[in-house]
Write a protein that binds this ligand. Structure first.
Ligand SMILES: Cc1cc2nc3c(=O)[nH]c(=O)nc-3n(C[C@H](O)[C@H](O)[C@H](O)COP(=O)(O)O)c2cc1C
Length: 324
């Protein structure tokens, strides 16, 4: 008889889960075993009060971690059935995973899993080569497989219109001193196991940049437009904007990012136009789509980079006394 997941399953899968992206690398997640199931919860102490007052970013980050967790269990031959928001009275629990029928992983699961340690946010300029049509299609398929959509912003005027929305949102956010202080709080210049290392933060932004970048970085650059002239911008959306939609979007985001990594593509994330409700609505209308934009990606061919740090598995796993 199957008695459920064990501490060993949990720890091995969490090692992959924590490689997920998160807002300012806050890693706002906790994992535990409960009645033979693995549960993923938002860590309320790691939600950003100014940047993320509604908890959207924390739920998206947990959704991305959940995708890695699912993948890790599947590749170990122990796939899971997942219930999102299993306890209506406990909104912090994002998902509960219970064992499904054991079976070997599919080749696609193996491929995506192999991309987990290779994925990282690449904020540097990308090369000029366009992303081929078949890869664009695969990225859209990855979002659809997780019940979300990915809309590519095609054409110079559409990209310029998007850039205008993004810059407006960026300016609105930057006006607030508490927002700037929170951002500065999560930039790391020395050893740390969370936050964004300044070296990974990308070049310092300049007024002539087509897209606004968050100022994590410390790399100065010569004046001029060194970012790609026609970036591939993609908006990831969910059917709506409930907490379940945001968890779905997190899973879809991670599936898109791993698909991109596997295809040799780099990506950076850009969420200012999602964080400002007015900008998000203008963006939604400009796309003419049902549902709600949940994240924006810039995709292209980047130079090699490096993974950012993560907290240890022991720091994010809650073991009840009788499980130790
Ligand atoms: C909800 C969410 C919003 C994000 N917004 C931005 C953003 O606006 N700008 C940016 O450079 N990175 C953004 N990121 C990327 C994180 O900063 C990044 O995932 C984190 O620092 C960990 O680094 P890694 O992606 O290289 O593993 C976002 C990530 C998530 C999950």
């Amino acid at each position: 008889m199957d008695t459920g997941f064990t501490v060993d399953h949990l720890r091995a899968a969490v090692r992959d889960a924590v490689r997920a992206p998160s807002l300012h690398n806050t890693q706002p997640w906790r994992f535990r075993l409960h009645d033979g199931g693995i549960e993923v919860a938002v860590d309320p102490l790691r939600r950003l009060p100014v940047t993320d007052p509604s908890g959207w970013g924390a739920r998206l980050s947990c959704g991305a971690a959940l995708f890695n967790l699912r993948l890790s269990l599947a590749v170990a031959g122990r796939p899971a059935r997942v219930r999102l928001r299993p306890y209506p009275n406990d909104p912090e629990v994002v998902a509960r995973l219970v064992p499904d029928r054991p079976r070997p992983p599919t080749p696609a699961q193996r491929t995506l899993h192999a991309a987990v340690p290779r994925r990282f946010s690449n904020r540097a300029p990308f090369g000029p080569d366009p992303v081929p049509a078949d890869l664009r299609w695969r990225l859209g398929e990855a979002a659809r497989a997780e019940r979300c959509w990915l809309e590519l912003v095609i054409g110079v005027s559409a990209v310029n219109a998007f850039a205008e929305i993004a810059h407006t949102a960026h300016r609105v956010l930057h006006r607030e001193a508490a927002y700037r202080a929170e951002l500065a709080d999560w930039v790391r210049t020395g050893p740390a196991d969370d936050g964004v290392p300044a070296a990974a933060g990308g070049p310092v932004s300049q007024p002539q940049d087509l897209l606004p970048t968050r100022d994590f970085g410390d790399r100065d650059r010569a004046p001029g437009r060194d970012f790609e002239a026609e970036p591939l911008v993609a908006v990831l959306g969910a059917p709506g904007n409930t907490s379940v939609d945001q968890i779905l979007a997190g899973q879809a985001l991670q599936r898109v990012l791993l698909t991109a990594t596997d295809a040799g593509l780099s990506a950076s994330l850009l969420s200012q136009p999602i964080e400002v409700p007015g900008a998000r609505e203008v963006l939604r209308r400009s796309l003419g789509r049902f549902g709600t934009p949940q994240m924006v990606l810039r995709v292209g061919y980047g130079r090699p980079g490096w993974a950012t740090p993560r907290r240890d598995v022991d720091e994010v796993v809650d073991l009840l006394v009788d499980q130790v």
